[in-house]
Design a protein around this ligand. Structure first.
Ligand SMILES: [Zn+2]
Length: 449
């Protein structure tokens, strides 16, 4: 099948700039041209990865690696071949074109195409400082990776030295909000890094602008997005741990069959993304989420900084006192799991534990109603094992109140005029207890609110 055209990646270059997000900053940039099959220019844009200026010596403009990986899923989604001017690392090129692209497109044929990569390659390793890094979201998976790779648990060459935080975790296209959230969250990552003796690499990028909104490819393939940042700064890093959200039992290369996103085959993705000088590992595939919670509960930095809440990232205005809101599905899953592990009391600094105990049956019921069945059954299994009594009341809350409420919200959201009234009469707030700001902003114009 022929493709729709070519994504042309120009020569990468380094640019110093004064930036509103990073202050004195340095950018690894290149010109991206989207060409039709008749060689007609459809779009020309600059793609950049921006870091603090002190990282300038580690940016890699001698390879196209970062840009190819960053745009790979977009090109597969929109069915464009990719062409690059400056060499790619040979191993990376071989693995992507022989395994990743054909296999992932074959198993997701309605969404992704089998495209070609064309350009020069080299097997000359890029010199690097040998640092060891991981992404830092502050959540359970991320803290598991951090604790697992400290001096107590890992030999010296694999101990963490850097935390990477980037703006590419976004799910919307509101640049102002993304920048604001990035600045705020970067400060939090710096506080975590200080407590665990690591440095922080912050990366701000306009990569999301290259993906078709509402970002199916961008949000389902977070791992290649993060990997691209590591390649942008590949003169610094030798080992990178991508925190896995899924145990290996859930491995599935077909995204529609997997219970989440492309992270269900991270082990494969990461094995395709290594180069002559960079290794990637899917950290945490060896255990379940609840086993990770058990592992990290005694760590001091985790108890101080654990942040699992998805509300602010979704644009919900913060009205709660603690780091975590305590009522969204992510907060509740974590709190209930710590509760059945008998370790919730260790987390009084980041969760409102008093509120949880005061409304324990409702909160467990809400957790059951808003989380995937596999998380709920895993939690109940541990409760039984640890002799933590759940009782019938949480089930009643889940089945008689919270599940019907959720169904009603989904039903109202399905039809245009109902969805309009749903937001106009603030039924979202009345039913859910909060407003998903990012979703609301995206719908505002469309629904004429
Ligand atoms: Zn929350």
């Amino acid at each position: 099948m022929s493709t729709n055209g070519i994504i042309h990646i120009g020569k990468p270059y380094i640019e110093f700039t004064e930036s509103v997000v990073n202050g004195k900053a340095v950018r690894l940039c290149t010109t991206i041209m989207k060409l039709s099959n008749d060689d007609e220019l459809e779009k020309r844009t600059i793609l950049y990865f921006e870091f603090e200026e002190r990282f300038s010596a580690y940016l890699c403009n001698e390879r196209s690696d970062a840009f190819v990986i960053a745009l790979l899923v977009m090109a597969m989604e929109e069915n464009y071949d990719m062409k690059f001017e400056v060499p790619m690392s040979e191993r990376l090129y071989y693995q992507l074109s022989t395994y990743f692209i054909p296999l992932v497109s074959k198993h997701n044929p309605t969404r992704l195409s089998n495209i070609q990569l064309t350009g020069p390659i080299t097997n000359k390793p890029m010199e690097n400082l040998g640092k060891v890094a991981t992404g830092c979201s502050g959540g359970v998976d991320s803290f598991y990776t951090i604790v697992r790779h400290n001096e107590k648990h890992t030999s010296s060459n694999y101990q963490l030295t850097h935390l990477v935080f980037s703006s590419t975790g976004t799910m919307d296209n509101n640049s102002e909000r993304i920048a604001k959230y990035y600045r705020k969250q970067l400060e939090e990552v710096k506080r975590i890094a200080k407590d665990i003796n690591c440095d922080v690499v912050g990366c701000y990028s306009n990569l999301h602008e290259f993906y078709r909104y509402p970002y199916w490819g961008f949000c389902n393939f977070f791992t290649p997005i993060y990997v691209s940042i590591v390649f942008a700064i590949q003169k610094l890093i030798r080992v990178y741990y991508a925190s896995s959200g899924d145990p290996i039992e859930n491995f599935n290369i077909d995204i529609s069959a997997a219970h989440g996103d492309a992270s269900s085959f991270d082990v494969f993705t990461l094995s395709c993304m290594t180069s002559e000088n960079l290794s990637f590992y899917s950290a945490g595939t060896e255990c379940s989420r609840i086993e990770k919670e058990d592992y990290i509960a005694s760590d001091k930095a985790t108890r101080k900084h654990l942040s699992v809440c998805g509300m602010e990232l979704n644009g919900v205005k913060k009205t709660w006192k603690y780091l975590n809101c305590g009522i969204c599905n992510k907060c509740l899953r974590t709190m209930v799991q710590f509760y059945v592990l008998g370790k919730l009391d260790k987390f009084g600094e980041v969760f409102n534990i008093k509120d949880f105990y005061e409304h324990k049956n409702q909160r467990i019921g809400l957790m059951m109603a808003t989380n995937k069945d596999c998380y709920v059954s895993e939690t109940i299994k541990i409760a039984k094992k640890n002799h933590v009594h759940i009782g019938i009341t949480p089930y009643l809350w889940a089945w008689l109140i919270y599940k019907p409420k959720g169904k009603l919200a989904r039903l109202l959201g399905r039809v245009r005029w109902m969805r309009r009234l749903y937001y106009k009469w603030n039924l979202d707030i009345k039913i859910q207890g909060y407003r998903n700001g990012a979703k609301y902003e995206a719908l505002k114009k469309k629904l004429n609110l």
